[in-house]
Design a protein. Structure first.
Length: 400
């Protein structure tokens, strides 16, 4: 975990505490720093708190760092991929085709061929057009494809509109009204093996009730299709559990997870099939920070700006979803200053925080943007051709 020890920001792994101020003496900023030990322990907690109700297919879109992937692979997780690139990287990191669920709304013919040839565990189909493409590929190759239909449960919940994915009118998934025709097509097509149903209603779910409602709906549909003779065996409930970026400990998430596990257990009592889940952010967000250095303290008549050597080019979430992350000074002090913390990019939206109080900072000192282990590095880009951001991982007190 990243925490303050005697007023100094540290990466605590077991009995060892590495001071961030010492790490930045060795490593040039900007970089993402990952706590692999913390992530592994949290994954184990996830399994025990959810009482192993659902097999985890880690949504690697949230973090595709090699060390992170290898850690999940060693723990026995599968992986949820959304492109051929992610599928290849997952396999380079030890995942087997049988560990891969292939999601995504725009799979290319090449990507579907790869999934069929390599026999991925499951292809989550999101449209009739995709299903037809898949059928064509299977018939050309004389192979079958295990697939799940991604269903749009049309359940709303409170989150940023860009990261809700399960409402009627969204590009994702299939609506129940489309199913009749699709199921008839599947019945006629020997190469298509409908093994399950899937869903993902969106991200940053804090009130779990809408999620449970959607799961309940999907489960009823699953049972109905089984009664109609489809030999289903997998129910994929997606990801989406939220991380509160305003505060830093895991207590709130631990409680949520226990509630999640308890409800899954009662929902799936006597369930005839395998439940799988695709968490991304919930597994990784807390175990990464973005370390950046102050280029300037700019005092203007109205504001005091901390200008960092990293901005929306390296961490896009704040600008894209107006979702500020905590900024951690390396050293806690009594005397605080009011700052806007911004990046070097030529956009006013390149701002990590407005009017926040931090220990007084000086040029050359570093800070960390907290909870950036999910949707951080993976969304970095080269806008303005600034120095690219790197990734560093530590496990058991040692750099990997
Ligand atoms: N499964 C599917 C099919 C998904 O589309 C996603 C995320 C997940 C699982 C994992 O969701 P999670 O557990 O991480 O919430 N860039 C945005 C998040 C976009 C998520 C897209 N899909 C952000 O930074 O908030």
């Amino acid at each position: 975990m990243f925490l303050y020890q005697n007023g100094q920001l540290a990466l605590k792994q077991g009995s060892q505490a590495l001071l961030l101020k010492e790490i930045v003496q060795q490593e040039k900023t900007p970089f993402y720093l990952y706590d692999i030990q913390g992530l592994r322990e949290w994954y184990r907690f996830f399994l025990s708190a959810t009482q192993n109700q659902a097999k985890v297919f880690f949504a690697m879109k949230s973090n595709f760092n090699e060390q992170v992937l290898r850690a999940f692979q060693k723990e026995g997780a599968g992986v949820d991929v959304v492109s051929g690139g992610e599928a290849r990287l997952a396999q380079d990191c030890g995942f087997q085709p049988q560990d891969i669920v292939f999601s995504g709304v725009g799979k290319t013919a090449e990507e579907l061929k790869m999934a069929v040839e390599q026999k991925f565990f499951q292809i989550n189909v999101e449209s009739f057009e995709e299903l037809k493409r898949l059928a064509q590929i299977c018939s050309e190759k004389n192979q079958t494809a295990p697939l799940a239909l991604r269903i749009n449960p049309n359940v709303n919940f409170s989150s940023h509109p860009y990261i809700k994915t399960g409402l009627s009118g969204h590009k994702f998934g299939l609506e129940e009204s489309e199913l009749k025709e699709i199921l008839t097509f599947i019945k006629k097509n020997q190469a298509l093996y409908l093994q399950g149903l899937s869903m993902h209603i969106g991200s940053q779910i804090f009130d779990l009730n809408p999620l449970f409602q959607a799961i309940h709906y999907l489960k009823s549909l699953y049972e109905q299709l089984k009664r109609e003779g489809f030999p289903l065996k997998v129910l994929d409930i997606g990801g989406g559990l939220g991380v509160n970026y305003q505060q830093g400990d895991l207590e709130e998430e631990k409680a949520k997870l226990k509630e999640f596990g308890k409800t899954l257990k009662s929902l799936f009592k006597n369930f005839d099939g395998q439940v799988i889940t695709e968490p991304g952010r919930f597994l990784t967000a807390r175990f990464g920070i973005l370390c950046a250095t102050v280029e300037y303290i700019k005092k203007s008549p109205k504001k005091q700006f901390v200008i960092l050597n990293s901005g929306m080019n390296h961490f896009l979430r704040t600008a894209l979803y107006s979702d500020p992350h905590r900024i951690l000074a390396f050293k806690q002090t009594q005397s605080l200053q009011k700052y806007d913390v911004v990046g070097p990019i030529c956009e006013t939206g390149d701002c990590f925080a407005k009017d926040i109080f931090l220990p007084e900072l000086k040029q050359g000192e570093s800070v960390a943007l907290a909870d950036t282990g999910a949707y951080g590095f993976v969304m970095a880009n080269s806008y303005n051709l600034q120095t690219p951001v790197r990734e560093i991982a530590f496990d058991q007190g040692k750099k990997l």
